[in-house]
Design a protein around this ligand. Structure first.
Ligand code: FE2
Length: 293
């Protein structure tokens, strides 16, 4: 996995968009030493003053673009927070569309992460400092890919990440021995039952096989001490006011330190990928199929 620096004049090189997309699909990080987004000084001061006391159980303040609504905010300036996050989200969306024009993008949530990563007390599966690949517990992606754009808004401290091997390598090493395939299969009966209730109009949600596998694999990686302690993993620093983009369903990652990060998530449709053979959904489907043959 590599960190590829995007030149400041990237807008003049529309022809390089395919190259950028391919790098992301491989699991590389696209890195902008100076974020291409503009943040007003007032907004920065407002965001950096957020303490979120009394809401430490919330990992983030989430912004839902479709409803122009925030959740998880514990302060008394909700209207202002919504406006700031909305501005960020719209700017990040158009940046991602311009920078990665070959991809068909669907807008997901944005978030602001005001807490110092080092001080957070979370359960194992929710911990950010353990290497993992992303999958959403409540919103299955159906094989569409999770693309994330980050900005480090801290005035002086870097955001520190650790990265491990990309998903193709992880599946090769651990896919068959982790027990996740068996777990995924064991859940099939319950899913059939949930789909039946869904058809009858009950407010329940079934999870496709791909998402069941990915969420179990996410948990398994976080629980695996030998994998977490592997000294071969890389460490990256993202300085104040830098940005980066990455497919977090392929690039295994952990956040070791930092505070005040903004993030926009987009789902990339399976049909628009340039390298569908290495898409997580293809790899997982092949793996499950090969084990049932
Ligand atoms: Fe993650």
């Amino acid at each position: 996995m590599a960190r590829i620096t995007v030149p400041e004049n990237w807008r003049l090189h529309a022809d390089a968009a395919r190259e950028r997309c391919r790098a992301l699909e491989r699991g590389d990080i696209l890195y902008f030493p100076h974020t291409p987004l503009h943040f007003g000084e007032d907004d920065l001061q407002f965001l950096r003053a957020q303490k979120q006391s009394g809401a430490s159980y919330h990992k983030n303040i989430a912004y839902r673009p479709a409803q122009d609504r925030i959740t998880g905010y514990a302060g008394d300036q909700e209207e202002r927070m919504r406006a700031v996050l909305g501005r960020f989200s719209r700017a990040a969306q158009s940046l991602m569309r311009e920078c990665l024009s070959p991809f068909a993008l669907e807008v997901e949530y944005a978030s602001f992460r005001p807490l110092a990563e080092e001080t957070r007390q979370l359960k194992t599966h929710a911990r950010n400092d353990l290497l993992h690949v992303d999958n959403f517990p409540t919103r299955p992606t159906h094989g569409n890919r999770i693309l994330r754009f980050f900005v480090n808004l801290h005035p002086t401290l870097p955001r520190i990440w650790r990265t491990g091997p990309p998903l193709p390598e992880l599946l090769e090493r651990f896919g068959a021995i982790s027990g996740v395939i068996e777990k995924t299969r064991a859940g099939a009966g319950k899913q059939k039952w949930l789909r039946g209730f869904q058809r009858l109009g009950f407010p329940v949600q079934s999870r496709p096989e791909y998402d069941r596998f990915m969420l179990s694999f996410h948990h398994w990686l976080k629980e695996n001490q030998a994998f977490q302690n592997d000294p071969g993993h890389a460490r990256w620093e993202f300085p104040p006011m830098s940005s980066w983009m990455v497919f977090t369903d392929t690039a295994s990652h952990a956040v070791l330190g930092g505070q005040f990060a903004m993030e926009q998530t987009m789902l990339v449709s399976r049909g628009s990928l340039l390298e569908p053979k290495i898409a997580p959904s293809t790899l997982v489907e092949n793996l499950i199929q090969s084990r049932s043959a």
